[in-house]
Design a protein around this ligand. Structure first.
Ligand SMILES: Nc1ncnc2c1ncn2[C@@H]1O[C@H](COP(=O)(O)OP(=O)(O)OP(=O)(O)O)[C@@H](O)[C@H]1O
Ligand SMILES: [Mg+2]
Length: 228
């Protein structure tokens, strides 16, 4: 099984969505986790709610959780419509990801504490692909915002996925204008420290590394995976 993560900007672009769709059709049935960075930014801006990121993750307040949840519902509908609606089952992340607070500083940002695998496998029996939003809930029912790359990583590890594909707006990880063909584990922290890897690429490369160190055999970051 393959886990594919699709970023918010890819959803917004007709051309880039088509590339994602090719990957989706090649691997189906698969597990798809979606993000919505740009969509949520726009919604918060129009609602005049200030926001900030810390190392690529959105500091999240209870007020934002409401907005984020409702944006994810809309995005899920949109993605389903543009794939094959009858081939995709949407599962709210909070029904699948058990979350715990990552740090006080980040507010309602969660980490994946556990994944309800039985639910996933039960749905997969239907032979369809699953679409998941990046939200989690704790044992008291509190909802957390989990960065979509981190959600996808948690999912890939839990279901022992063979491959984790991050479909994003850029071709991959750049270093001084060059696209890196491969990223070595010990390079990552140095590139982050130097500011070469920044913003949303920080949780993405960390999630990719985490997945590789936890049994996922292959991780890809880019617009179009080179299918061999
Ligand atoms: N070294 C780097 N190489 C490539 N992109 C980088 C690098 N450092 C920072 N970035 C930024 O990281 C962004 C990707 O992360 P971002 O969170 O914005 O997108 P996403 O994860 O695909 O979408 P979403 O957050 O909606 O799920 C790139 O568009 C780029 O602006
Ligand atoms: Mg991101």
């Amino acid at each position: 099984m393959v886990v594919i993560k699709i970023g918010g900007e890819v959803i917004d672009s007709v051309n880039e969505f088509e590339k994602f769709k090719e990957i989706f059709l090649f691997y189906k049935p698969s597990l798809v986790v979606f993000g919505g960075g740009v969509q949520i930014n726009e919604k918060l801006e129009s609602s005049q709610i200030p926001f900030q990121f810390y190392k690529g993750e959105r500091i999240t307040t209870p007020e934002m959780i409401e907005i984020i949840s409702s944006e994810f519902e809309k995005i899920a509908e949109e993605i389903k419509k543009r794939l094959e609606p009858e081939e995709v089952i949407f599962l709210r992340g909070e029904e699948i990801f058990l979350a715990s607070q990552k740090s006080k500083k980040l507010g309602l940002v969660g980490r994946v504490a556990d994944v309800k695998k039985e639910k996933i496998f039960k749905e997969l029996e239907k032979g369809k692909s699953l679409l998941l939003s990046p939200l989690g809930s704790d044992t008291e029912g509190r909802i957390y915002n989990i960065n979509a790359d981190i959600s996808a990583c948690g999912l890939a590890i839990a279901i022992k996925a063979e491959k984790l594909i991050f479909v994003t707006r850029v071709e991959g990880v750049y270093c001084n204008g060059n696209l890196l063909k491969e990223l070595k584990c010990d390079e990552v922290d140095i590139l982050i420290e130097k500011g070469i890897i920044s913003e949303g690429m920080i949780p993405k490369v960390r999630a990719g590394l985490d997945a590789l160190q936890s049994g996922v055999k292959e991780v890809f970051i880019g617009k179009t995976e080179i299918i061999q």
